[in-house]
Design a binder for this molecule. Structure first.
Ligand code: SF4
Length: 478
């Protein structure tokens, strides 16, 4: 399944039950996945439920109170496919219960299944169709552990077959909490420490550490594996690559604004994207309006730099449809999400609006916002913090298939930037379209272009081992 998820792992040296910590951490990461959630502690099957945590937590409090462990892992899952089953939810058990080398695994990212199947075949392991990328990776690791390899050796041996992204936590039967991040660092993963509870915490984003009152120690490095057990914490490298490929989409759209990723606060990066937009696309307008919510800091930044007043011309009605605030990742609810945006007519009527958004994926939401929500404006220009998305993502964010991407659909084969912009602007119904180029993305984040993955906008997949051959959503599901 194609998914972008959130993971949490916790290990208490003083024997505190970490289940509550893990659930609180997962709630802070709920924006990364609302389809299912799960927790695993030693000695019991993973506990999994569908939907968001707040929907089931009260009903499940009795079952959850039976979970007890001084170490554990958790996961929130997102997938756009209809197959929203508990079987596909994480954590996933690998190996028979109580098997010496068995473990539970929770994964954020996407790996090419074909390459993993090749590895398993070479090892003489039959790999039935229908297994997810995480299950296949788990089988490879399990086999290596059974062959007597250490954790770092198990990852080293499997690494040439790990094409894509993974930030993961593992709970082993031998009483270890393992955290590992792929060699390019596509998806975030960080390490924290809770002083009062003497606990290490690993989480997809630092916002999960903040809600727990834990201190961010550092990001887990690309290619690093961390092992925590009663002896303490041990860090090793299973791979070291000069070229990293952090996903800029985490900064423009996906991550919580309060999080720090690679030492950069997401909110400040978004504001900087707005400053840079104002420098590269200086427009004449009456007001700057964000598409809520992720574009708000960038709109503030644009307003700050340009001196054009910031207005909340569009607001989300959060209580009408709870949990459906992500538009491009929830196809069936897309129209609903936009209908959930309310216009403050008094702010936009008759005004020349500079509308700031994070990206155009299918273009449907932007078109509806411009055509319906801002129809009383005198003129609308659209500025995006992320350049046009023309190519699929194979590293953990579930874009639609390439044919569904607006920029690809209506600008395929066109090289001239002005013509691309004109076409997209005409389709959306705005008088001007502008966006940050890759150099601005790099400046906004404060990281060299060579350390960013930009495949979905440039079509350059050199940060992957090879470009997977998926063409349709069905093929991607595996
Ligand atoms: S392809 Fe795009 S969305 Fe996917 S990891 Fe790279 S930059 Fe992020």
């Amino acid at each position: 399944m194609r998914e972008n998820c959130g993971v949490v792992g916790a290990y208490s040296f003083e024997g505190h039950n970490v289940v509550q910590m893990i659930i609180m951490g997962l709630e802070a990461l709920q924006h990364r996945g609302q389809e299912a959630w799960g927790v695993a502690v030693p000695g019991s099957q993973p506990f999994k439920r569908q939907g968001v945590i707040s929907q089931s937590i009260e009903k499940e409090s009795h079952s959850l109170s039976k979970l007890d462990g001084n170490m554990g892992i958790g996961h929130v899952r997102y997938s756009t496919t209809a197959r929203s089953t508990l079987r596909n939810a994480h954590p996933i058990r690998v190996g028979p219960t109580a098997a010496e080398h068995g473990f539970c695994i929770a994964h954020n990212g996407t790996l090419e299944r074909e390459l993993l199947i090749e590895y398993l075949k070479e090892k003489g392991i039959s790999s039935p169709q229908g297994r997810t990328d995480t299950e296949l990776m788990g089988l490879g690791l399990y086999r290596n552990l059974k062959d007597g390899k250490s954790w770092v050796e198990a990852f080293e041996a499997l690494n040439p077959y790990l094409n894509g992204s993974f930030s993961l936590v593992i709970l082993s039967e031998r009483g270890e909490l393992i955290a590992a991040r792929d060699e390019r660092g596509f998806r975030p993963l960080c390490l924290g420490w809770h002083e009062e509870l003497s606990s290490y915490i690993v989480a997809s984003e630092s916002c999960a550490l903040d809600v727990l009152g834990a201190k961010l120690i550092r990001d887990i490095q690309p290619g690093e594996i961390i092992k925590i057990n009663k002896e303490g914490l041990e860090s090793e490298r299973f791979s070291e690559q000069e070229r990293h490929a952090h996903c800029p989409f985490e900064y423009t759209y996906f991550a919580n604004p309060s999080s720090r990723i690679e030492g950069v606060n997401v909110y400040m990066a978004r504001k900087k994207f707005g400053h840079l937009l104002a420098e590269t696309c200086p427009l004449d307008g009456d007001i700057v309006v964000p598409v809520p919510d992720s574009a708000r800091p960038a709109a503030l930044g644009y307003s700050e730099k340009s001196g054009i007043p910031f207005e909340e011309g569009l607001m989300k009605d959060r209580y009408r449809k709870k949990g459906s605030w992500r538009s491009f990742i929830e196809p069936k609810k897309r129209e609903d999400v936009v209908s959930n945006i309310l216009t403050i007519k008094e702010a936009v009527d008759g005004k020349r609006v500079i509308l700031i958004d994070d990206s155009i994926i299918r273009g449907t939401s932007s078109r509806i916002i411009v055509g319906k929500k801002l129809k009383s404006a005198k003129e609308v220009s659209l500025l995006l913090t992320f350049p046009p998305v023309m190519y699929p993502c194979y590293a953990g964010i579930d874009f639609p298939t390439q044919k569904e991407l607006l920029a690809y659909r209506i600008c395929r084969g066109i090289k001239e930037i002005d013509e691309i912009n004109r076409r997209i602007a005409r389709h959306i119904g705005v008088s001007f379209l502008g966006y940050n180029n890759v150099e601005n993305l790099s400046r906004g984040i404060g990281m060299p272009v060579s350390h960013l993955c930009l495949s979905c906008t440039t079509g350059d997949y050199s940060c992957l081992r090879r470009r997977p051959k998926f063409k349709t959503r069905r093929e991607m599901k595996g």
